[in-house]
Design a protein around this ligand. Structure first.
Ligand code: RFL
Ligand code: PHB
Length: 398
């Protein structure tokens, strides 16, 4: 039997040290609210996950408010447009002209690194490699979180628990069955991603619709590229040499882009499944879900990380005002307010996924329909604006 060490107290126990958990910890600390962050993995493991790359302007602003905007401002790449490739040609969507806003290319790894450093510099504690995290008493007034470090079991008493532990985390799974309604769409394909130290094929991101399947040309810097190919769900990374990957990518691009593509050894290669998922509500008593713990979107619209930032912004504001003035209206409105934005974003990501990918079992008719919609999109200011408004990010509600 392992022994339980002395119980400690914090105001908010945050489960998960991904971008959602770390950003919440940072915003709360700046608002004078005490929090402890518990993470199942090591810090190195968390930093090794290659994920998102595009930040909405609103997300950049929130990271600035959290005091971690300096390197982002210096090294992030502002993008004022994206390119859509289909039927052998590329067309630019001028985000800045259509919306007055832009996005910033800055890797999720870098966001996480900045947040980790800010947390360490402020002397705030994160428990990494916290095993068997369990949540108790959140339906009442005194929640407790327990975990194991080696042989020792620890616990923290708190006022609130923030479940920021991603799609496979323990927080959502701790909610009593029946208290939660979930909505899900699993797509019949995945994304095979490659990171390489090669200059990006274009100054802007290219989203390509092609009869062989979707392709995306993204980047992390002027010398590091991130490329994705739509692949079958049962595809295996081992079957994709770098050469095969780049040959396939070239075949899905327009001639000019294919000719410009600079290839080089991959430094990361992985396959991600695509899914849309929403859990309602996002609050149970004193447990609040935020980020991927509550919802997942396919990466086509570059929205997952940005949604996590929007949730956390709202939760931090609500908690800070609860501690400052005792006012709980922000906490009471949290779930509904977030879900309005979540569903709009789920819709956008689903739409962009449907428009850009080749679905198994569909044929030339469906390809022509997609090309017709893309043609309309790039030719109509109204339709381009609708895409651009969503891509740069819908305004925060408060
Ligand atoms: P995370 O990043 O999954 O972090 C959750 C953390 O919780 C920990 N954890 C636990 N800790 C303690 N106890 C437990 N029982 C635990 N269970 C889990 C995990 O180890 C982890 O550290 O969720 P968070 O913070 O909500 O952040 C969400 C984002 O990571 C995610 O939405 C984005 O990466 C999605 N995404 C993209 N989003 C964008 O906004 N723009 C993009 O360009 C973009 N591209 C992408 C993406 C996701 C991708 N994949 C691999 C799914 C591209 C890809 C390929
Ligand atoms: C990325 O750079 O990883 C990225 C960019 C845009 C997306 C998805 C992923 O839509």
């Amino acid at each position: 039997m392992s022994e339980t060490t002395g119980s400690r107290r914090t105001q908010v126990a945050i489960i998960g040290a991904g971008p959602a958990g770390l950003l919440l910890g940072q915003l709360l600390a700046r608002g004078g609210v005490d929090a402890l962050v518990l993470e199942r993995q090591s810090a190195a493991y968390v930093l090794g996950r290659i994920r998102a790359g595009v930040l909405e302007q609103g997300s950049v602003e929130v990271l600035g408010e959290a005091g971690v905007g300096q390197r982002l401002l210096a090294e992030g790449l502002p993008h004022e447009g994206i390119e859509l490739a289909f039927d052998g040609e590329r067309h630019r969507i001028d985000l800045a002209a259509l919306t007055g806003r832009r996005v910033t290319v800055y890797g999720q790894t870098e966001v996480t690194r900045d947040l980790m450093q800010a947390r360490a510099a402020a002397g705030l504690r994160t428990v990494y490699e916290a095993a068997d995290v369990s949540l108790h008493g959140f339906e009442g007034s005194s929640p407790v979180v327990r975990w194991r470090e080696g042989e020792r079991t620890h616990e923290v008493r708190c006022d609130y628990i923030a479940g920021c532990d991603g799609f496979h985390g323990v927080s959502r799974a701790s909610v009593p069955a029946g208290a939660l309604r979930t909505f899900e769409r699993v797509y019949p394909f995945g994304w095979l991603g490659v990171l390489s130290d090669t200059p990006p094929v274009s100054d802007e991101l290219i989203y390509a619709n092609h009869p062989r399947g979707f392709a995306l040309c993204s980047m992390r810097s002027r010398s590091r590229s991130r490329y994705y190919l739509q692949c079958a769900l049962d595809e295996r990374v081992e079957n994709w040499s770098d050469e095969r990957f780049f040959d396939e990518l070239r075949s899905r691009l327009d001639e000019a882009a294919a000719a410009r593509l600079v290839t080089g050894p991959s430094i990361e290669k992985s396959i991600a499944p695509l899914r849309s998922f929403v859990a309602e509500p996002m609050r149970f008593g004193r447990l609040f879900l935020a980020g991927d713990a509550a919802h997942i979107v396919p990466p086509t619209g570059a929205k997952g990380l940005n949604l996590a930032v929007a949730d956390v912004r709202s939760l931090a504001r609500a908690l800070i005002s609860r501690y400052r003035t005792g006012d709980e209206t922000g906490l009471d409105a949290y779930s509904e307010r977030c879900l309005r934005r979540v569903w709009k974003t789920v819709r956008f990501s689903w739409w962009m996924t449907t428009l850009m990918h080749r679905f198994p079992g569909t044929g030339d008719f469906d390809q022509r329909i997609q090309e017709a919609e893309l043609g309309y999109l790039v030719g109509s200011k109204a339709a381009s604006t609708a895409l651009a408004e969503n891509y740069v990010g819908l305004p925060f509600e408060d």
